[in-house]
Design a protein. Structure first.
Length: 168
């Protein structure tokens, strides 16, 4: 007489094993769906470590409550190359930019870049213009012109960040 009949019309041990298998299958399915959703969400997050075109940077900053650093540069500007090589690539500068800003890269060598440079009254390159969203518009909260050493740039970047309310 191995088992007993239960109210569902089956052997208790066999029935429990079937229900246990179904429960494990359903849990695996739920975990797979949750993991898939988490991965999709992670892939959908913007990469704040990269530089974006101006319109895309404004949209990302608006959506994620960040400041924008608009970097006006030229391929032919030795001071821009100096900033790229020795300052903007520095791990400390990169970490702060990635944590608090969306960087808009604007080449003044293009017609679009020249128009933006006129709009923001850029005197030359490199120029960094810092913007925050304010009542549906973008407000300038800081500006840096010219090349400078890494430590000085990092100090000024922190000051602008604090002034714009992005650095606590």
């Amino acid at each position: 007489m191995g088992g007993h009949l239960n109210a569902l019309g089956g052997c208790g041990k066999v029935q429990m094993s079937l229900w246990g298998t179904l429960a494990v299958y359903r849990m695996r399915k739920v975990y797979t769906l949750l993991l898939s959703a988490l991965l999709l969400w992670a892939w959908a997050l913007p990469d704040f470590g990269r530089w974006y075109p101006y319109p895309e940077a404004l949209a990302l900053a608006q959506a994620h409550g960040r400041m924008v650093m608009v970097y006006f540069h030229s391929e032919y500007c030795p001071y821009c190359q100096q900033m790229n090589t020795f300052v903007l690539s520095d791990p400390g500068v990169s970490r702060l930019l990635e944590a608090r800003f969306v960087v808009a890269s604007v080449s003044v060598d293009t017609p679009e870049g020249q128009e933006l440079a006129r709009r923001y009254r850029v005197p030359g390159t490199p120029t960094f213009v810092f913007l925050v969203p304010n009542a549906g518009a973008w407000e300038e909260v800081g500006r840096l012109f010219g090349s400078r050493p890494r430590a000085e740039f990092l100090k000024e970047l922190r000051q602008v960040c604090a002034k714009g309310g992005a650095c606590g």
